[in-house]
Each structure stands twice: as structure tokens, then as C-alpha cells.
Write a protein that binds this ligand. Structure first.
Ligand code: BES
Ligand code: MN
Ligand code: ZN
Length: 486
């Protein structure tokens, strides 16, 4: 969707929209519209939309009012996003190709006006690439939004939010693509194209290099796949030269069959989005690079496909990780931690990180605990946990902190190796986090975000359609804004 700022929108546009605060008088509107809005119980509640038609100077106009909640509401920014998103949800497939949006109403500031536009754009993302027979009434029509009356500074604020939207859309696309399209090498190729010419430095390791580095756990997961495993690091040096980098690490299992510990067929197709952690890291890096964030940030993604095969690793196999610790692979379906432990260790060897945050669709148990409302957060550092929590609240990508502790940790001691890759059924998300913590060097602030319940949505939300949500991109961008930039 194209968003253009103008003081004189084209005269022939039928659809005109504006933002309305809760309980506000509808000034300057046709009496029939005012009466229609009241009769339809339109109050300006956040996300509410009223549409009516009016004859203006002999031509029929389609007038839309989008509710932004109370002018001084506690969640004003989010309410403004919802107003913009509700307009998109209403008119995306409406036959209208163009909208004029008046942002000179409702006492919007540059920031809240940009929030309206962010909601408008994010709600418009869809993945229709493979739908060749989409009926006309289901095909997106809305292409262009002419913004008028925007408060001073809105264009600059929008530039920043547009970078964020680009990152969210990039992550959603990666997550939504099926596993025959996005596999480790093609994930790398898509990133190389997206980051070309941006000033970001890209490092890619292939399977032979990772084998030589001793990444027996990551390479072990990919053994059953025809697709070569990869590790990609995207580095952005936007901060001061001596500033230690913030490092994000993502689980990128491009398809998770479970391996020899094969998953049951129903729902296995969901495991195309088992690379959602890596998708969020790639999307966040693209947002940061696009808006030229003043921070040093590195995104590391471990990319593998987990398949059953004659060459696949077996339950009971013992692998040696890059850290030297040995792991008894009791269940080949607990593969995410095997990928992450080597990616985390490599990242710590490679970079002197100020802090490390990993994101992973790591456990089904996380969805049992928190459903689809919060990502689960595990951290060895209270200050980092609080910063992430605040970024979650501000961005809308919410987190809920979970415990770590020695009594959980001993549940993954192995009788034959240093660690086993699964504990008992109980506390499955926590023992998975304990596994990762064994690969974090003392003193490095680290957080693990289990986002299994957040990457994909079965139904539309405020700012997303059903499908890939892009969860994590806004969280990480906000975190960098708050913690690593100025
Ligand atoms: N990718 C899955 C976790 C998952 C499940 C994410 C459902 C999203 C939706 C992970 O690799 C996995 O299979 N975990 C196992 C761990 C178990 C074998 C200890 C699980 O959660 O069942
Ligand atoms: Mn698995
Ligand atoms: Zn998995």
C-alpha cells in the first residue's frame, strides 16, 4: 500500500476517511452522516468504523470515520494504530483503490498520526502469492492513501515507522512461505538480496565450515535433510565504534517434521513457521538498517531442516557441541535447542556482546502456558528482563517472564553425556530454557524468548490478518530504541 502526503488530494477520489475520538462531536459533517453515525452506535471507540454516503457538490462520496478511543487514553498510540488498521480491514477489498485520509482531526500529534499510518499499512499485509483464482471480491483493491492535514513532523515520524513496517512485512513473508520455497539456502539468498547496498555486513557459514568449527548439535539436526544447513549473521554498525553490540539469535528450523521422532500428521504443516525466531531477527535487522539505527546490532540465525532419513540422527545419539559439552539426543524433535546452542556459542566466540536475546518457536508447552497472548521470557538478568518487558508493552509484542533455577536445571542431566536434550513432560518450556542457559557464558546478560504461540495466528488481530504475525520485529526494534540508541 502506497502512502502519500499531500495538501491537495485528487478531486475524483470517492473514499474519504478521518479519525474520530471517543465521544467527540462530528464537526463539519453532513447532517445525515452525523445522524447515521449516532444511529449505528458509532462512538469513536478504538477500532470502530462507521461508513456512510453523502452527496457533496453533486458527486457521491463514501465517508469513513475511524474510532481512536479517548483523546487522553492510556494506550493512545495503540488506539491510533487500531483506527488506521480498522480502515484497512474495512476497505482493503472494498473495490476502492484510493483513499483520502484526513489526519488533521482528533488532536493527533506527529507520533500518533504516524501510528495511524502504521496500523493502516500493517493490517494490509497479505500473502496471496499462490492464489491464482482469487475471486474479485476477495482481491485487495486499496492501493493508495493520500494523507492530508498531517500535523507537522508526521512525515519524519512515518519514515521511522515505515522502516518498521518493512521489517514486519519481511518477517511475515519469510514465515508465510512454505518450506519448499524457504529453506536454509533460500532464506540466506532472500536476506542477501534484502540487505544488499544497506551497509549491513553479512557472514554465511555452510555445513562444512560449521562441521569444522565443531557445531555437532546444529549440524546433527540437519543430517536427515537434502537441504544444506546454514548460519547467517547480519551485522549493523550504526552506533559508536567502541560500543559492545547487542546480539539477537534466532531459531530457523525451516521445517520441523520432528526427524526420526516423527510428529503426527495433523497440523505438521504448521512447522513451516518453525523459523519464526529467525524471521523476527531478520525482520528486526531490516527495520534497524532501513532507519539507520544508531546502535551496533548483530542478528545471528541458525538455519536447518529437520527431516527423517537414512542419514538422520537417531534418538540416543550423542553429539558434541561447539562448546565442547556433549548432548544425548533423546528426542530428535527437541531440535531447536540443538540448533540454538551452537549458534549461541558461536555468537559469543565471535562477538563481545553487551547482551544476547534469542527468539525461538521452541516448545509446544509454551503455548499451553501462555496461549497466544504473551511470548515467554527467560532471563539470567533482572535489568535485561525489565527492559524487554517494557519494550514488549510499548510495542504490543507482549512478554511474560518465566522462572529459571537449579532444580529445573538438574532435570536435564544425562546418564551418558553432559546434558540430555529433553527433560520430563512437566515444565517443558523451562527445561528447554535451562538447556540453552548451559551455553551462556557467566556474566553475559541473556534472555530467551519462546515465541511458539505468537508467530502464527489462526484469526485476524488488530494489526494483522490471519497467518504470519511478524511478532518479535516490533519488540526488538523498540528494545534497541530504548536500550542501545542514545
Ligand atoms: N517446533 C517445536 C515446538 C512447537 C510446537 C512450536 C508447536 C510451535 C507449535 C519444537 O521443535 C518441538 O517439537 N518441541 C517439542 C519438544 C519436546 C520433544 C520435548 C514439543 O514441544 O513437543
Ligand atoms: Mn521439534
Ligand atoms: Zn522445532
Amino acid at each position: 500500500m502506497q502512502i502519500l502526503f499531500t495538501s491537495t488530494p485528487p478531486a475524483d477520489v470517492r473514499l474519504h476517511a478521518r479519525v474520530v475520538n471517543q465521544g467527540a462531536a462530528l464537526a463539519g459533517l453532513d447532517a445525515a452522516l452525523v445522524e447515521g453515525a449516532a444511529a449505528s452506535r458509532f462512538s469513536g471507540r478504538a477500532g470502530q468504523v462507521f461508513e456512510g454516503f453523502a452527496s457533496v457538490g453533486g458527486t457521491v462520496k463514501r465517508i469513513a470515520l475511524a474510532g481512536a478511543g479517548e483523546a487522553d487514553g492510556a494506550d493512545r498510540r495503540m488506539d491510533c494504530e487500531r483506527a488506521g488498521a480498522a480502515l484497512t480491514a474495512k476497505f482493503l477489498v472494498s473495490t476502492e483503490r484510493v483513499m483520502v485520509l484526513d489526519l488533521g482531526q482528533a488532536g493527533l500529534s506527529a507520533d500518533t498520526a504516524a501510528a495511524v499510518l502504521l496500523g493502516l499499512r500493517l493490517r494490509g499485509w497479505r500473502h496471496d502469492a499462490y492464489r491464482t483464482k482469487l475471486p474479485a471480491d476477495k482481491r485487495p483493491s486499496l492501493e493508495t492513501v493520500h494523507v492530508t492535514g498531517a500535523p507537522a513532523g508526521t512525515e519524519a515520524a512515518w519514515e521511522r515507522e515505515a522502516a518498521l513496517a518493512k521489517g514486519v512485512e519481511f518477517a511475515r513473508n519469510l514465515v508465510a512461505e512454505p518450506a519448499n520455497i524457504i529453506y536454509p539456502a533460500s532464506f540466506v539468498a532472500v536476506c542477501e538480496e534484502a540487505f544488499a547496498g544497506t551497509g549491513a555486513e553479512i557472514t554465511v557459514l555452510g555445513e562444512a565450515e560449521m562441521e569444522a568449527l565443531g557445531m555437532g548439535a546444529l549440524v546433527g539436526v540437519g543430517r536427515g535433510s537434502e537441504r544444506e544447513s546454514k548460519l547467517i549473521a547480519i551485522r549493523w554498525n550504526g552506533g559508536a565504534a567502541g560500543d559492545k553490540p547487542t546480539v539477537f539469535v534466532g531459531k530457523g528450523v525451516t521445517f520441523d517434521t520432528g526427524g526420526i521422532s516423527l510428529k503426527p500428521p495433523p497440523g505438521m504443516e504448521d512447522m513451516k513457521w518453525d523459523m519464526g525466531g529467525a524471521g523476527a531477527v531478520a525482520g528486526a535487522m531490516l527495520a534497524l538498517v532501513t532507519r539507520k539505527a544508531k546502535a551496533n546490532v548483530i542478528g545471528v540465525m541458525g538455519l536447518v531442516e529437520n527431516m527423517p532419513d537414512g542419514k538422520a540422527q537417531r534418538p540416543g545419539d550423542v553429539v558434541t557441541t561447539m562448546s565442547g559439552q556433549t548432548v544425548e539426543v533423546l528426542n530428535t524433535d527437541a531440535e531447536g535447542r540443538l540448533v540454538l546452542c551452537d549458534a549461541l556459542h558461536w555468537a559469543q566466540e565471535q562477538y563481545d556482546a553487551a547482551r544476547i536475546v534469542d527468539l525461538a518457536t521452541l516448545t509446544g508447552a509454551m503455548i499451553i502456558s501462555l496461549g497466544n497472548e504473551y511470548g515467554g521470557m527467560f532471563a539470567n538478568d533482572d535489568a535485561l528482563a525489565e527492559q524487554l518487558n517494557a519494550a514488549g508493552k510499548a510495542s504490543g509484542d507482549k512478554l511474560w517472564r518465566m522462572p529459571l533455577g537449579a532444580n529445573y536445571d538438574k532435570l536435564i542431566d544425562s546418564p551418558i553425556a553432559d546434558i540430555k536434550n529433553v527433560g520430563p513432560r512437566e515444565a517443558g518450556s523451562i527445561t528447554a530454557a535451562q538447556f540453552l542457559q548451559r551455553f551462556i557464558k557467566n556474566g553475559t546478560p541473556w534472555a530467551h524468548l519462546d515465541i511458539a504461540g505468537m508467530v502464527w495466528s489462526g484469526k485476524p488481530g488488530h494489526t494483522w490478518d490471519k497467518g504470519a504475525t511478524g511478532y518479535g520485529v516490533r519488540l526488538l526494534d523498540q528494545f534497541v530504541r530504548d536500550v542501545a540508541e542514545g
